[in-house]
Structure formats: structure tokens, C-alpha cells
Design a protein around this ligand. Structure first.
Ligand code: BJW
Length: 249
């Protein structure tokens, strides 16, 4: 990874520099959590994209909740992998750090990363469909499908479906960090879902060094300064070693 060191030298990265990481489903792939798109995105006869919508929930809340219950059980049984742990090392080393994740699986927090913006919510929270009150729910499996609120209304997963706005505070925190950061790592996202996919573009336009880690090319690959081709669990620990060694100097 000689070119990464060269780029860091040109950039003049220090421990005080703002560093941001954007993650997608690929960062949890080596933990055994299937990515959203591709072959594994299929559950029963549904494509994930068909279930992650407010319309699907309105039409058939029980089926949508069965899918989330299945995923909650699967995600709760998985452990953070070396990529999650590498990001935690960045959180500990750089005082001006932010992790922006599209993932709802909670694995970054379980790896010990503290400064996290969850753009698409968290699968272990529920939200009342009447008053929007959010609470943690760790029942695995759920005791009732679809689950109901004490007020008598339906509960829904506290996640962001297609066509819904992102939580305002998280959205603003993410885009502010993108504009301010000196280095952004983009890890395991297909970069097709907006507005998250625009975050690296904003960082690049604001002058950041943007490095992508992915086994496959994405719509961002031609825009980034460096594309590191491979699995996050193999590449990211080495990238973090380099960043820490470099900023130790
Ligand atoms: C590895 C690996 C390994 C594998 N190591 N890597 C602009 C242009 C076009 C469309 C739009 C636009 N703006 C808005 C839209 C519409 C829509 C959208 O983007 N559609 C596109 C798909 C066309 N966006 C929205 O609807 C958003 N809302 C919105 O904009 O609202 C506007 C509004 C404003 C105000 C009021 C009202 C409305 C909301 C998007 C919500 C996305 N939600 C989901 C579901 C969350 C809940 C759940 O999981 O059930 O979020 S969809 C799904 O995609 C999930 C993910 O977070 C998200 C991104 O997927 P991700 O993480 O990139 O995963 P994959 O599977 O796609 O890719 C995995 C990658 O990993 C691959 O590249 C692999 O190669 C790689 N990989 N192994 C490293 N070991």
C-alpha cells in the first residue's frame, strides 16, 4: 500500500485531522450478515427492496415484521469482525473522528466504536406508528408479530425505508462531517442508495482524500483517490496500521 502512504504525505494527515468513515453492508459481510443487494438479498420470494418500503408495511405488516424478526435473530447471533475492530481503533486514536454507517445491525457499537451516526436507523429499536416514540427492543425472537405499542397502535422497526427521509440530526451530522473531513474511508457500500451515496462526493468536492475499500467497483470508484480492492476484514486493519504509524511520526 505504498500509494496510500504517498497520498497521506501529500495530505499532511495528523492525529488532529478530521477523519470520517462511511460504511455499508459489506463491512458486516465477513461477520456473516448478508449484504443488501445480490443473491443473498432474497428472503422467501421477496427481494429486500420490495419489503423495505412504507407501502409494504401498510399492505402487510406481519410479513414485513417476519422478515425483520428473522434478520434481528440472525444479526444478534453475529459478532463484529476485524473491519469493525479496525474502525474502533480509529475512533480511539483520532480525536476528530466520525463513523457514518448505513447499517442497522449494531455491530459497530458492539465492536466498541463510540462516535457513530446511524443514517438508516437500528433494527433493535421500534417506533410507534401513532406518536413516533422510539424505544429499544432486544426481544429475539419477538414475542408478538406484528408487535403492538402500549397505546394500541402498531410498532414499526426504527429504520429508514425507501421514500422516507433520513433522521434530520444524523443527516446533518454526516454531511457536516463530510464537508469538514480531511480523510474519508468508504467501506463496503454499493453506493447506489441516496442520499448516503452522495456523502463521499461531498467530501471529495470539499477537498478530502477519499479511499474506497470494496471487492467490486462501484459508481464511486472513478471519483475516489484510491480504490483498495478486497475484503474489508483483510484490508482495513492494514489501512489502520498505516494511518496510525503515519500519524505517530
Ligand atoms: C464488501 C464485502 C466485504 C461485499 N468487504 N465490501 C437520488 C438519486 C436516485 C435515487 C434517489 C436519490 N435520492 C433519493 C432517491 C431514492 C432512494 C434511492 O436511493 N434509490 C436508489 C436505490 C435508486 N432513496 C431513498 O428513498 C432514501 N430517502 C430519501 O431520499 O427520501 C427523500 C425524502 C426527503 C424528505 C422527506 C421524505 C423523503 C431512503 C433510503 C433508505 C435506504 N434504506 C435501506 C433499508 C434500511 C432498513 C433495512 O435494512 O431493512 O438501507 S435500503 C438498503 O440499501 C439499506 C442499506 O443501508 C442501503 C445501502 O446498501 P449498502 O450498504 O450499500 O449494501 P449493498 O448490499 O448495496 O452493497 C454491499 C457492498 O459491499 C457491495 O458493493 C459489495 O461489493 C461490498 N462487499 N463483501 C467489503 N467483505
Amino acid at each position: 500500500m505504498e500509494s496510500l502512504t504517498d497520498l497521506l504525505s501529500e495530505l499532511g494527515l495528523t492525529r488532529q485531522s478530521p477523519v470520517t468513515v462511511l460504511t455499508g453492508a459489506g463491512v458486516s459481510a465477513e461477520s456473516g450478515v448478508p449484504t443488501f443487494r445480490g443473491e443473498e438479498g432474497l428472503w422467501k420470494n421477496f427481494r429486500a427492496e420490495e419489503l423495505a418500503t412504507p407501502e409494504a408495511f401498510e399492505r402487510d405488516p406481519a410479513t414485513v415484521w417476519e422478515w425483520y424478526d428473522y434478520r434481528r435473530q440472525m444479526m444478534a447471533s453475529k459478532e463484529p469482525n476485524p473491519a469493525h475492530h479496525a474502525i474502533t481503533r480509529l475512533d480511539e486514536a483520532f480525536p476528530n473522528f466520525l463513523l457514518i454507517t448505513q447499517n442497522i445491525d449494531g455491530l459497530h457499537a458492539r465492536a466498541g466504536t463510540r462516535r457513530i451516526t446511524e443514517l438508516h436507523g437500528n433494527i433493535f429499536r421500534v417506533r410507534c406508528t401513532r406518536d413516533g416514540e422510539v424505544s429499544e427492543n432486544l426481544d429475539v425472537p419477538l414475542t408478538e408479530i406484528p408487535p403492538g405499542c402500549e397505546c394500541g397502535s402498531l410498532l414499526r422497526p426504527d429504520v429508514v425505508w425507501f421514500g422516507e427521509g433520513l433522521p434530520r440530526e444524523e443527516f446533518e451530522r454526516a454531511f457536516n462531517a463530510a464537508e469538514a473531513c480531511k480523510l474519508m474511508l468508504v467501506v463496503g457500500t454499493s453506493a447506489v442508495v441516496h442520499p448516503a451515496a452522495s456523502i463521499p462526493v461531498v467530501a471529495k468536492q470539499a477537498g478530502a482524500l477519499v479511499v474506497e475499500v470494496n471487492p467490486d467497483p462501484t459508481p464511486l470508484t472513478d471519483l475516489v483517490d484510491l480504490h483498495l480492492r478486497g475484503k474489508a476484514g483483510e484490508i482495513l486493519p492494514r489501512v489502520v496500521d498505516i494511518l496510525l504509524d503515519f500519524t505517530d511520526m
